[in-house]
Write a protein that binds this ligand. Structure first.
Ligand code: SF4
Length: 527
């Protein structure tokens, strides 16, 4: 069969990505790899490209569209351009399966593609009964039906196919983008929120999900979904399972051969890497114990550093998130040995310890502060997330959060990102209302505090020389450059910006444009 995967991740309602333009997620390439391994023809396109040219859908047998809950409108625009066969939605947006079916998709893949893609394609090609396809959502008459299936793919079946590497070139700016390579699927946090849910359920504090055995943590007697109340990862993708080192090194090496320069080892928590191997065959459903598998982490980073382009720093390897409670001196030292100068993300979300517990978070405020400080001391550049409008937020929690975020710059935190809580379907916090934007809410002071901190942090860059890659021109007299390995977007003033596209540059930062962008001039062209 001839399958096209359309990547709508981050496309929002417009079909175009405005933030995180330089990110290429792992999911669509992974699904492409699974389909390739089944012997079908598969291609990949961005949402923007398909909306601009719906003719690109002409010769297909199956359309597959990946997105998040915030991308439903773009996904609907894509599916409206296609009326000739099966249209399958997937990715984190699957929790909105009713809306997806109502917007024109014929099927929605719930959770991991590995569990159902083979049978779904056989359903399309060989008329295998749809009842035999696990975890698939479809419409029969007026009813939306969700087939039952396993809640996650067992480790021994998970990593059989490798994500497609050649299709990375379908993305704009792939050569300078941060390309995500999956190293851990799922999350080890099977704690649940203890605050009353929108439907009236309230944790009875049986402590099964916090103190029970690893198997028993999978299920809550009240069916409260696992994980932090605002996050859909454990419910959709199961407990943390690590990818074998050889498979990661193979994918990274292939991407480097193609010309990719920035690679992010993607994981809801990088420090879960190899922790599941320590408890196998039990599922890793404890976010705190056992401690990180330092041997596995070091071996992975060592093997990646042996790739010549990585050791010569022509190619950068970064990690995504870490759970603050898993960071200790040894962990920070090993990460510093291999990842010095790169960013690492820590979730604070709220500055109130009681709030952490009722949200289902595994770490404390002090653990976040300690993790930031340890990582920064070892040469990493911590970025911290905060969320406003969460259930359980009060004037008191906001006040405490403001106090905590003010401490972060002194600990070496380079940037704080404030997100607005979004109640995702399929999570414990489904049914709560979405708060107003921070500037119009009680979190206004928190918003301005974070903005000021980020602005001051950018001011420290003035006079410094940053390495960057030229990406595009702006208004004819400026070059847009991405900081290497990662950092603020730089507007580079130059008379001939087009000459520097694709070049690695040294840029002297001359002023701060906003809490996200800086301006500079070229000091040297490196290649
Ligand atoms: S969330 Fe469920 S499993 Fe966890 S302590 Fe509460 S009732 Fe028990």
């Amino acid at each position: 069969m001839n399958v096209l995967i359309v990547d709508c991740l981050g496309a929002g309602s417009t079909g175009r990505r405005f933030s995180t333009l330089d990110v290429i997620g792992a999911g669509p390439r992974l699904v492409a790899g699974v389909i390739e391994s089944l012997g079908h023809r598969v291609d990949l396109a961005t949402c923007d490209a398909v909306i601009r040219d719906p003719e690109s859908l002409k010769d297909l047998d199956v359309l597959m569209v990946s997105g998040m809950s915030s991308d439903l409108r773009s996904m609907a625009r894509v599916v409206r351009s296609w009326d000739r066969g099966p249209a399958v939605a997937g990715g984190p947006s699957a929790v909105n399966y009713v809306e997806l079916i109502n917007s024109g998709f014929t099927h929605v893949v719930w959770g991991e593609a590995e569990l159902c893609i083979d049978k779904l394609l056989r359903h399309f090609q060989d008329r295998l009964s749809i009842t035999e396809v696990p975890n698939i959502v479809f419409k029969r008459g007026q009813r939306v039906i969700k087939n039952p299936g396993p809640s996650y793919t067992p480790t021994e079946l998970l990593w059989r196919s490798t994500p497609s590497t050649k299709l990375v070139t379908r993305y704009d700016y792939w050569w300078c983008a941060r390309v995500y390579v999956e190293v851990v699927r799922g999350c080890s946090n099977y704690y649940r929120p203890t605050l009353p849910l929108a439907d009236g359920r309230r944790c009875t504090e049986c402590m099964k999900c916090r103190e029970g055995g690893l198997w028993s943590r999978l299920n809550c007697p009240l069916n409260i979904p696992p994980g932090c109340g605002y996050c859909s990862v454990p419910a959709l993708y199961g407990p943390a399972r690590s990818r074998p080192i050889d498979s990661i090194v193979k994918e990274v090496s292939e991407l480097i051969k193609i010309g990719v320069k920035r690679i992010v080892l993607s994981a809801p928590d990088f420090l879960d890497y190899g922790r599941d191997w320590l408890v196998y065959p039990a599922p890793l459903t404890d976010p705190r114990y056992p401690p990180p598998n330092l041997q596995a982490i070091q071996e992975l980073l060592e093997r990646l550093t042996e790739v010549s382009e990585v050791s010569s720093r022509e190619v950068y390897i970064m990690i995504e998130n870490v759970k603050p409670n898993l960071v200790n001196e040894k962990v920070a030292r090993i990460l510093g040995m291999y990842l010095r100068g790169t960013t690492v993300h820590l979730g604070l979300e709220t500055g109130c310890n009681k709030h952490h517990i009722v949200l289902g978070r595994p770490s404390t405020v002090d653990e976040v502060l300690r993790a930031a400080s340890l990582l920064a001391k070892e040469g990493l550049r911590p970025y911290v997330y905060v969320i406003h409008g969460l259930p359980g937020e009060s004037k008191k929690t906001i006040k405490e959060t403001i106090k905590v975020v003010k401490k972060l710059p002194d600990l070496g935190v380079e940037k704080i990102t404030l997100y607005r809580f979004t109640p995702l379907k399929g999570t414990a916090f489904e049914g709560f209302s979405r708060p107003p934007p921070a500037v119009k809410s009680r979190a206004r002071k928190l918003y301005y505090t974070i903005r000021r901190i980020n602005y001051v942090s950018k001011k420290k860059l003035v006079g410094q020389v940053l390495r960057a890659v030229g990406v595009a021109t702006k208004a004819g007299d400026a070059l847009i450059a991405y900081t290497l390995p990662h950092g603020p977007v730089i507007k580079v003033l130059t008379e001939s910006p087009e000459v520097f596209i694709g070049k690695t540059l040294e840029v002297v930062i001359t002023r701060v444009l906003s809490d996200r962008a800086v301006e500079g001039r070229i000091k040297a062209v490196l290649n």
